[in-house]
Design a protein around this ligand. Structure first.
Ligand code: ATP
Length: 299
């Protein structure tokens, strides 16, 4: 009998990220529409003498392998909840860009949680797992559920959103990451002294997702973290322009960046756009992916 459990878990793009003013606790209220995209990490857990994390893939050297790894924190949290020592080897086969605004660490946390839950046969309900996810980070519950969802509060209170078709994306991966807390601090700096409106989900965006219409979605995308991400990394403007010139239906920063996301008409257009972006020299590499994608899934 195999003692290993593997879970496949997707990246996300925020098709709307409306950010409110900083709260007294430092967090920001959000209206955050997540869309899972078909770029995946695979998280494998195997019983071991002690908790240990390994990682493979092109960005593996940027992933911490100590107790700060979000997958290790997820295993520890689930073990603590059930009185189980989290003695597992967690291997992350990483394909999601690291520190790229695509929730790769959150994906690994959700993947490790689901994998350990299956390995230890804890009998946790979906709601119990979601509560543990929310304790690990604002984006982690969505990595578990996938598809598309509206997140309010810090983004962790989720409502499913209907998607009526397939959307084709290109993601331009930048050299180096951007720290999400630093991007929020830049948002605070840029909006200091102004009245930041309460974040509200866009009905036009929800209609566009429901209709599966690429042109409608292209016109409805928005990201309040784009200005602060561009302020910290002005070179991203060149990547966005290169994608637009190459025929993208829309171009935006993915979450807190520095990955940039481009909407394409169909699969062929996405491939051509990825080639053009790679050739433009404004990004490290460009990847195609479709959405929506399923959430964390046992392999
Ligand atoms: P988000 O979109 O949720 O803001 P992100 O995609 O920008 O996140 P991550 O890839 O999640 O960023 O990584 C952010 C930081 O988290 C990394 O720089 C790394 O130090 C740390 N980290 C901890 N665990 C992991 C993990 N399993 N994979 C990647 N990074 C991790």
């Amino acid at each position: 009998m195999s003692q290993s459990v593997t879970v496949r878990v997707p990246a996300k793009v925020n098709v709307q990220l409306a950010v409110g003013a900083a709260r007294p606790d430092g967090f920001h209220d959000l209206a955050n529409v997540f869309l899972a995209v078909g770029l995946y990490d695979e998280v494998t857990v195997t019983p071991a003498d002690a908790l240990r994390v390994t990682c493979s893939g092109p960005d593996a050297s940027q992933v911490p392998l100590d107790a700060s790894n979000l997958a290790a924190r997820a295993a520890t949290a689930l073990g603590a909840r059930h009185g189980i020592a989290p003695d597992v080897h967690i291997h992350i086969a990483k394909d999601i860009p690291v520190a790229g605004g695509m929730a790769g660490g959150s994906a690994d946390a959700a993947g490790a949680l689901l994998a350990c839950d299956a390995l230890w046969n804890t009998g946790s309900t979906r709601d119990e797992l979601l509560a543990l996810c929310a304790g690990l980070g604002s984006d982690v519950p969505f990595s578990l559920v996938g598809g598309a969802a509206l997140g309010v509060g810090r983004g962790e209170q989720l409502t499913p959103v209907e998607v009526g078709g397939t959307f084709h994306w290109v993601f331009a991966v930048a050299d180096g990451g951007l720290s999400t807390p630093a991007v929020y601090r830049e948002f605070d700096r840029l909006t200091a002294g102004t009245r930041v409106p309460a974040p509200v989900v866009s009905p036009t965006l929800l209609d566009a997702l429901r209709s599966g219409d690429t042109a409608a979605l292209a016109g409805a995308l928005s990201n309040d973290l784009q200005a602060p991400a561009l302020s910290l990394r002005p070179s991203l403007a060149r990547t966005l322009a290169a994608g637009t010139v190459a025929g993208a239906r829309a171009a935006l920063v993915s979450g807190s960046g520095p990955t940039t996301a481009f909407l394409a008409e169909d699969e062929a257009a996405a491939r051509a756009l990825a080639d053009a972006l790679t050739a433009s020299g404004t990004c490290r590499t460009a990847r195609t992916a479709v959405s929506p994608a399923p959430g964390a899934t046992l392999c």
